[in-house]
Design a protein around this ligand. Structure first.
Ligand SMILES: Cc1cc2nc3c(=O)[nH]c(=O)nc-3n(C[C@H](O)[C@H](O)[C@H](O)COP(=O)(O)OP(=O)(O)OC[C@H]3O[C@@H](n4cnc5c(N)ncnc54)[C@H](O)[C@@H]3O)c2cc1C
Length: 383
């Protein structure tokens, strides 16, 4: 729930129209299937093609590569629309928000022409595999390797918690091309999964929340990848990750701000209907004060994220501020959704109520894309 009359300064009429179209699509094609998607632990593969046909994938990728030709604002508006409806199943944030931008930023002309049009249409689903069972926050310690053998790399390793893992046709694998060189020996290798003997999708993970989102383990055993699938320069992968992570953190903050507002709006509506002791819950002073505070926190998140988006669109957002946005908005999301659940009473604990799912979904926001403790380290370094 945004405060009356407030419109994010980076949103214009064209972006509002895109958001409205996306909202209608999500309301008819996504929300009614949430329970089924949660049971199967992923959206239908066809959903990606439907989203692509409507222009909801790669909205900020130039038209010459099949994208929507918009700016990052178009992507943010779409993520906002999805989280504003309380959905976390559709992994577009990773696909359009991250993977497509790695390819756009570091891919050769040939690579961009080869992969981006398919990502925009939904023919190719993208994932990025950094995390390993033994290396999450401490990415420098990852053990996957990509060893050069003639005109191929031979990729070995295990990755876990990979969003879009089951459906991924293209995985950007973070691996060591020179294990003796530490972070400087890290490279990004694009694995095209359709014809990759030795590539396996493991378990679809059973998560506390985000039940409909495809999150999988991936394993690579002597997977031969053409050397031409190296993204950018060999050994430069860690630097690319550090550069893109600020963007990733803002993507999470956008989703957090939208989900926080949505939780407040749902709770205002519910407490105005639910009666106890001869009055609506909303008429009780505690409810009014709780929701007044929650609405204020949601609005502060929104305005902070808007400021970051404006700076990011001008190419001026620094990593420390992106980390502040990620840590602040996800902490606030957790606090506000928890307070909203309280106002729903027992119904707030039932998964058939969106607020209960939002409560479960919110928890991971403080963990992934860099745990909030890591965000504080990054912020502190800038002080
Ligand atoms: C649903 C989901 C989706 C994900 N999607 C992807 C994906 O698509 N691709 C991908 O590569 N990864 C993905 N991840 C992985 C995610 O980024 C990692 O879980 C995250 O980086 C934390 O790593 P870890 O789980 O190994 O925790 P650890 O690194 O073991 O950290 C555990 C805890 O230790 C604390 N901690 C860690 N470092 C520090 C520090 N420097 N200072 C203080 N405290 C610290 C924090 O509290 C942290 O939460 C996903 C995870 C989840 C749960």
């Amino acid at each position: 729930m945004t405060t009356a009359g407030y419109r994010s300064p980076w949103i214009d009429d064209e972006i509002v129209a895109l958001q409205d179209m996306a909202t209608k699509f999500f309301e008819t094609e996504l929300i009614p299937h949430q329970e089924r998607f949660a049971d199967q632990k992923h959206v239908d593969r066809e959903f990606w093609n439907q989203a692509g046909a409507l222009g909801l994938l790669c909205a900020s990728i130039p038209e010459e590569y099949g994208g929507g030709g918009g700016t990052l604002a178009h992507d943010f508006a779409l993520f906002d629309a999805q989280y504003g409806l309380g959905d976390t199943a559709f992994g577009n944030m990773v696909h359009s928000g991250l993977v497509a931008h790695y390819i756009l930023a570091y891919g050769s002309e040939e690579q961009k022409q080869r992969w981006l049009p398919g990502m925009a249409s939904g023919a190719i689903v993208g994932a990025i595999a950094m995390t390993e069972p033994g290396a999450g926050s401490d990415l420098k310690s990852l053990r996957s390797t990509a060893v050069r053998d003639g005109d191929h790399y031979v990729v070995n390793g295990s990755k876990t918690f990979i969003s879009n893992g089951k459906h991924a046709d293209l995985v950007i694998v973070v691996a060591k091309t020179d294990p003796s060189a530490g972070a400087k020996g890290t490279s990004l290798i694009v694995v095209e999964t359709a014809d990759a003997p030795g590539y396996e999708v493991g378990r679809l993970l059973n998560k506390v929340g985000m039940k409909g989102q495809d999150t999988a383990e991936l394993s690579f055993t002597d997977v031969r990848v053409p050397a031409a699938n190296l993204l950018g320069e060999e050994g430069a992968g860690f630097g690319y990750l550090m550069k893109q992570l600020a963007h990733e953190r803002l993507v999470v903050a956008v989703c957090a701000a939208a989900a926080t507002e949505a939780a407040v709006a749902l709770t205002v509506r519910y407490t105005k209907e639910r009666k106890a002791f001869g009055a609506t819950l909303f008429e009780m002073q505690n409810t009014r004060f709780e929701l007044a505070e929650c609405a204020t926190l949601a609005h502060v998140s929104r305005v902070f994220v808007d400021s970051c988006i404006e700076r990011h669109l001008r190419g001026e957002l620094d990593g420390a501020t992106a980390s502040m946005a990620k840590a602040y908005t996800t902490d606030i999301q957790g606090q506000v959704v928890d307070r909203c659940v309280q106002l729903f009473g027992g119904y707030g604990y039932m998964l058939e109520y969106p607020i209960a799912r939002m409560y479960a979904d919110a928890r991971v926001q403080r963990i992934y894309a860099g745990a909030n403790e890591v965000m504080k380290e990054l912020i502190a370094r800038s002080l």
